[in-house]
Design a binder for this molecule. Structure first.
Ligand SMILES: Cc1cc2nc3c(=O)[nH]c(=O)nc-3n(C[C@H](O)[C@H](O)[C@H](O)COP(=O)(O)OP(=O)(O)OC[C@H]3O[C@@H](n4cnc5c(N)ncnc54)[C@H](O)[C@@H]3O)c2cc1C
Length: 300
């Protein structure tokens, strides 16, 4: 049995939720419950990890849940949400740098950069994740990616030890980082940008967001691109060519607007989404012998 009272006294009663519906915390708006949903602050994080370890409770880190699907059967461990309590963002104009907490949304960081005439982060303004999630995934779009702008990141390991990793120590690759490999927790970091022209920065951000609105099914809940880009191909094109546009399982559908997105058309369960993902993977493999790998993280 979990000693919930112990967790509550450690991080505050209001920061410990039981059987929390994870569809409320994922942009897919689908999925099961987390046995525990914890929102510690940075000062209690290492003690919390220690307490979870003592109680034999596994944990999983979540930012904005924009690349995450929790199975309908739920997650038996503790979700630790690095959200609002980690959302500070400070621009140091003289150094062309931005300090961001793990829970700070990319849209907010990009907007702060813009206000201070700093260029380099325009690509990220429409990615609906947090800084921590974006570092972990090395998020990118329109030719930009986090690897191009990260100077350093402070992480915590499973034993509660904090250390700083420089850009070249983060092993940032296509939707990959050392954070993922080692299950580190991103606490915060520094982005290195360049002085730019405010109007040009704005124009770039507007252009990217217009392209997103035109090409992506933003009117439906999703986790963005469901599959990674297979080398030499585009997942969306393969899925479209395989005749899967509009393919539906329950409330889940392969978007007709952008076949790389599985969307929640209304009332989709995680099982619907996963079944549809399996159909897509199998069909594309049968037709083209290309193995699609999910980009979205599946928990539970
Ligand atoms: C409409 C839409 C459009 C999108 N467009 C793009 C795009 O253009 N480019 C792109 O790259 N992605 C895109 N995404 C996917 C998603 O927004 C990114 O992957 C984002 O970086 C995930 O951030 P998050 O905070 O939501 O992470 P979550 O979904 O909460 O978590 C994702 C992974 O990161 C880990 N994680 C999160 N925070 C931390 C932390 N502090 N420390 C350690 N690990 C952590 C989680 O454990 C999990 O493995 C899109 C998603 C949607 C819904």
């Amino acid at each position: 049995m979990h000693d919930i009272e112990r967790l509550k006294s450690l991080i505050g009663e209001e920061n410990v939720l039981e059987n929390e519906d994870m569809s409320r915390h994922t942009t897919f708006r689908a999925g099961g419950c987390a046995a525990l949903f914890l929102t510690p602050d940075i000062w209690k994080l290492s003690e919390l990890l220690n307490e979870l370890k003592c109680q034999g409770i596994e944990y999983y880190i979540v930012g904005n849940g924009s690349n995450l699907l929790v199975r309908d059967t739920g997650y038996k461990g503790a979700v630790i949400c690095m959200g609002n309590r980690f959302d500070n963002c400070v621009v140091t104009k003289e150094e062309n740098s931005v300090f961001a907490g793990a829970g700070c949304k990319l849209s907010k960081i990009a907007s702060e950069a813009y206000k201070n005439s700093l260029t380099g982060l325009e690509f990220a303004s429409g990615i609906p994740g947090t800084f921590g999630g974006a570092v972990t995934m090395n998020a990118g779009a329109y030719g930009g990616e986090m690897a191009q702008v990260i100077e350093s990141v402070r992480v915590m390991d499973g034993d509660g030890k904090i250390f700083t990793l420089k850009n070249d120590e983060l092993k940032l690759g296509y939707r990959h980082s050392i954070v993922m490999e080692e299950n580190y927790i991103v606490l915060d970091g520094v982005l290195s940008l360049k002085k730019g022209d405010k109007d040009e920065i704005k124009a770039k951000m507007d252009d990217f967001s217009q392209r997103r609105r035109e090409k992506q099914p933003l009117e439906y809940p999703s986790a963005g691109s469901t599959f990674k880009r297979p080398e030499g191909y585009f997942a969306g094109k393969l899925i479209m060519d395989a005749g899967l546009a509009g393919k539906t399982v329950g409330g889940a559908q392969v978007s007709e607007k952008h076949c790389g997105f599985v969307i929640n058309k209304g009332g989709a369960t995680a099982t619907d989404i996963l079944e549809l993902m399996d159909i897509v993977t199998d069909t594309v493999y049968d037709k083209y012998e290309v193995k699609l790998e999910p980009e979205v993280k599946i928990l539970g």
